[in-house]
Design a binder for this molecule. Structure first.
Ligand SMILES: Nc1ncnc2c1ncn2[C@@H]1O[C@H](COP(=O)(O)OP(=O)(O)O)[C@@H](O)[C@H]1O
Ligand SMILES: [Mg+2]
Length: 369
């Protein structure tokens, strides 16, 4: 981070090099001097330069020719240039290559202070750029570690968790003690909740890693909704979710992703909606181009949360909200967007809450190259 900033000065007249060098010398700045274009190119092969000050009139390769060669190479094309020239102003514009990086002119004889001021601006910009790129590297590194952590954690938590779940299922079969059955039930429901959180963390890792291409196949959206709704029923309690359908329900989707979305929305409606009230799922296949699914429940979301409810880690204030990670709706939105669709939330304070998503019925064709 504290490496010196390198400035390249190119001039065929030795005293000019010395004079410019004296003006620009200061701690933290390293001056590289070249008396010809060829020598400058050699230095550029070896050094990362923040700024080049180039005399235009030189024997052999002139300043513009040198600059054009610099613009032609990936490594040096963005280096800002200040041309030092004794030529008339209009001749200065014969240089081609303005678009690649900053270009400035100083007409001889120039004021030393003007040169110093101009150079300072570029040095400052370069420092900022270097700082930003170091910060970006650091952020990328920590993001990568974070994702790795989430993925490893998710995978490694699943196995012991399934052992806990199976054990809790078997326990009541081994004894008639009523308290054991109750405790086993609690262990099971907690383990199930934890398994859902692990799934959400894995989804998050999948989203963040960018590895999220839906594998599209034809599916019946109505059937998918019914299967998911049934998963919320328990032996002693039928599901509170009803499913109503209309129109043609067959469309393409990644059924794994869509199931995750439906499970998140139905789970939310049951957990965060009014207790014991019905949850209504509607699948609308009347549009030939799209399929729309909505999940409605009684109980509102306050206006402030509603605006940011699809952002990660956003949760409501209630006790039940504290039990989730606040990732369900974020994941749902990312999955729907990956399908080329859209999801919205609406809530009126007395009535209730409706989440609605729409996905294209057919695969959206790849954009033409
Ligand atoms: N159907 C719903 N009815 C009422 N509130 C909801 C509903 N769905 C989501 N919410 C609110 O939005 C928050 C975010 O939901 P979600 O992203 O699924 O996270 P989590 O369920 O883990 O809290 C919830 O904590 C809850 O406050
Ligand atoms: Mg949720």
């Amino acid at each position: 981070m504290n490496a010196p900033i390198k400035l390249l000065v190119v001039d065929d007249v030795e005293p000019n090099l010395t004079a410019v060098g004296a003006l620009l010398a200061r701690p933290g700045v390293m001056l590289l001097t070249a008396s010809s274009g060829a020598q400058a190119l050699e230095l550029l092969l070896e050094h990362d330069v923040a700024l080049a000050l180039i005399d235009v009139q030189m024997p052999g390769m002139n300043g513009f020719e040198l600059a054009e060669l610099m613009r032609g190479s990936e490594r040096t094309r963005a280096i800002p240039l200040i041309f030092l020239t004794a030529a008339a102003r209009d001749q200065a514009y014969t240089f081609r290559g303005y678009e690649a990086g900053a270009v400035d002119f100083l007409f001889k004889p120039f004021d030393g202070q003007v040169l110093v001021n101009k150079v300072n601006v570029f040095v400052e910009l370069y420092q900022q750029k270097r700082q930003l790129s170091a910060q970006l590297d650091e952020l990328k590194r920590s993001l990568h570690l974070n994702e790795l952590f989430t993925a490893v954690l998710g995978h490694d938590l699943r196995t012991p968790l399934s052992v806990v779940m199976n054990g809790a299922m078997l326990l009541p079969m081994m004894t008639d003690h009523p308290k054991v059955a109750i405790t086993a039930q609690r262990i099971q429901s907690s383990a199930k909740r934890m398994a859902q959180m692990v799934d959400q963390l894995l989804d998050l890792a999948r989203i963040r890693s960018g590895a999220m291409r839906p594998e599209l196949a034809e599916a019946d959206f109505g059937a998918l909704c019914r299967v998911l709704a049934d998963e919320f029923s328990t032996p002693d309690q039928p599901s509170r979710i009803s499913v109503a359908t209309s129109g043609d329900l067959v469309g393409v989707c990644d059924s794994g992703m869509l199931s995750q979305v439906l499970s998140n929305l139905m789970g939310n409606a049951l957990t965060h909606g009014e207790p014991a009230s019905p949850v209504r799922v509607t699948v609308d296949g009347n549009d030939p181009e799209a399929i729309t699914v909505s999940v409605a429940n009684r109980g509102g979301i306050d206006a402030q949360l509603l605006g940011s409810v699809f952002e990660p880690y956003k949760r409501g204030p209630s006790r039940k909200s504290g039990q989730g990670l606040g990732l369900g709706l974020y994941t749902a939105r990312m999955f729907i967007v990956a399908h080329g669709g859209d999801i919205t939330a609406a809530s009126d304070q007395e009535g209730g809450t409706v989440f609605t998503f729409t996905t294209p019925r057919r695969a959206v064709s790849e954009p033409r190259p």
